[in-house]
Design a binder for this molecule. Structure first.
Ligand code: IDP
Length: 151
C-alpha cells in the first residue's frame, strides 16, 4: 500500500496547528500509521533536503527546519502521495489555492507549514530518515487489541 511522509514544520507546531492539520488527512480517509513530535538533527535535515543543496535558500531552510520541533507522520492509502500534495497546495502559499493547507494558513514561501513527499520513492527515503521500522504500526482498527500494539 502507498505511503507518504508528511511533516508539520516548526511554524505549524508553534502555531498549535497539529490537531487541525491531522484532522484534514483523517477526514479524507487516509490511515495514520506513525507519528511523533521530534526535532530534526542537522544530519536528518540535510538528508531530507539533499536535492536542494545548490539552492540559494538551502542554509535558511536547514536553519528553519531544525529550529524547533516538527510533527513527523507516515500516512497510508491509495493515491496518498498525490492527494496529499494536492491538499497541501503549491510551495508558495501566495500561489496556493484557497482550500489547500498552504492556501488557507500561510503567506511565506519558507514558513509554509507542511512538507509532503513528491513521489513514493521520496516517501520511502524520507520515512527511513525519520522513523525506525518499529515505529510504524499497521493494524485493523476493528480488531485492535492493546496487547498487540507496542504499548
Ligand atoms: P515543496 O515543499 O512544495 O515540495 P520544494 O521546492 O521541494 O517545495 O522546496 C522545499 C522547501 O524549501 C519548501 O517547502 C520551502 O519551505 C522551501 N523553499 C522553497 N523555495 C523557497 C524560496 O524561494 N525561498 C525560501 N524557501 C523556499
Amino acid at each position: 500500500m502507498e505511503k507518504t511522509f508528511l511533516m508539520l514544520k516548526p511554524d505549524a507546531v508553534q502555531r498549535k496547528m497539529i490537531g487541525k492539520l491531522v484532522q484534514r488527512f483523517e477526514d479524507k480517509g487516509f490511515e495514520l500509521i506513525g507519528a511523533k513530535l521530534m526535532r530534526m538533527t542537522m544530519a536528518q535535515a540535510e538528508a531530507h533536503y539533499a536535492e536542494h543543496t545548490d539552492k540559494p535558500f538551502y542554509g535558511e531552510l536547514l536553519e528553519f527546519i531544525t529550529s524547533g520541533p516538527v510533527f513527523a507522520m507516515v500516512w497510508q492509502g491509495k493515491g496518498v502521495v498525490a492527494m496529499s500534495r494536492l491538499m497541501i497546495g503549491k510551495t508558495n502559499p501566495l500561489e496556493a489555492s484557497a482550500g489547500t493547507i498552504r492556501g488557507d494558513f500561510a503567506t511565506d514561501k519558507g514558513n509554509n507549514i507542511i512538507h509532503g513527499s513528491d513521489s513514493p520513492e521520496s516517501a520511502e527515503r524520507e520515512i527511513t530518515n525519520a522513523f525506525q521500522p518499529e515505529e510504524l504500526l499497521i493494524f485493523d482498527p476493528t480488531e485492535v487489541k492493546l496487547e498487540a500494539l507496542h504499548v
